[in-house]
Design a protein around this ligand. Structure first.
Ligand code: PRP
Length: 219
């Protein structure tokens, strides 16, 4: 493929994008104009390396990658599973580690044992549905929320929630606890299947460089 073609990255705005840029810098890929924290720009270019970066909302990253407007994306595994897009997941980047869990007041523990029809609030309705229907074989009512999901059981909208737990402080401060673990999560690199074929060499090199750097960091 032509050397003039830009390789495009879609990064989920915020902490994941910052961590990704740190990692890329460690393997010699920089994008100076992205370092301006006050900038509201969304697209950044490194002309020398023929790289383009754009910042999007996390859940949109797999969409950009599936449609091929970004060759590569970095996003949490939670979003990859929830969005279920046609992308290759090629690398666990090791940061952004947390867990997807069923959480609630300790009194809700019993409700999970007896296949009762309960209400489950979540920002991740597909993950919640898959867990309860396919793994636990428990019929539940899923209620989609967009954030501050811990409110669900507190205001009695739901019995439990399916949400991300990192330090556990949001749960503790609201009198809730982890009742069951759904799956571990971390930041992943995803690639568009066509880009993988058209730009095999550049993408393979990038993956190899990042993997070696991650291995060095673990030593
Ligand atoms: C996430 C998640 C939990 C919290 C967990 O929310 O949904 O609420 O972080 O982190 P902790 O275990 O370290 O307390 P986020 O801050 O992304 O905001 P949101 O509630 O709007 O989704």
């Amino acid at each position: 493929m032509s050397e003039d073609r830009y390789l495009t990255f879609a990064l989920g705005k915020g902490r994941l994008a910052n961590k990704t840029l740190e990692l890329l810098e460690e393997i010699g890929i920089t994008c100076e104009e992205m370092k301006d924290k006050n900038s509201r720009k969304l697209i950044f270019v490194n002309e020398d390396l023929k790289l383009r970066f754009f910042l999007s909302k996390g859940p949109d990253v797999p969409t950009y990658v599936e449609y091929g407007v970004a060759d590569i994306g970095v996003v949490g595994r939670d979003t990859i599973i929830e969005e279920n897009r046609n992308v290759y997941e090629v690398l666990d980047l090791g940061f952004g580690k947390c867990r997807m869990c069923v959480c609630g007041p300790s009194s809700a523990r019993e409700l999970l044992k007896h296949h009762e029809r309960i209400r489950v609030a979540s920002k991740y309705p597909n993950i919640a549905k898959d867990y309860f229907y396919n793994k636990k074989h428990q019929t539940v009512d899923i209620i989609k929320l967009n954030g501050s999901v811990e409110l669900g059981p507190l205001v009695e909208l739901s019995d439990v929630i399916v949400d991300i737990v990192e330090t556990g402080s949001t749960l503790r401060e609201n009198g809730l606890e982890v009742l069951e673990e759904v799956c571990p999560l971390s930041a992943r690199m995803i690639v568009n299947p066509v880009s993988m074929q058209m730009e095999t060499e550049r993408i393979r090199k990038l993956i190899t460089d990042i993997r070696s750097r991650l291995e060095q960091k673990q030593i």
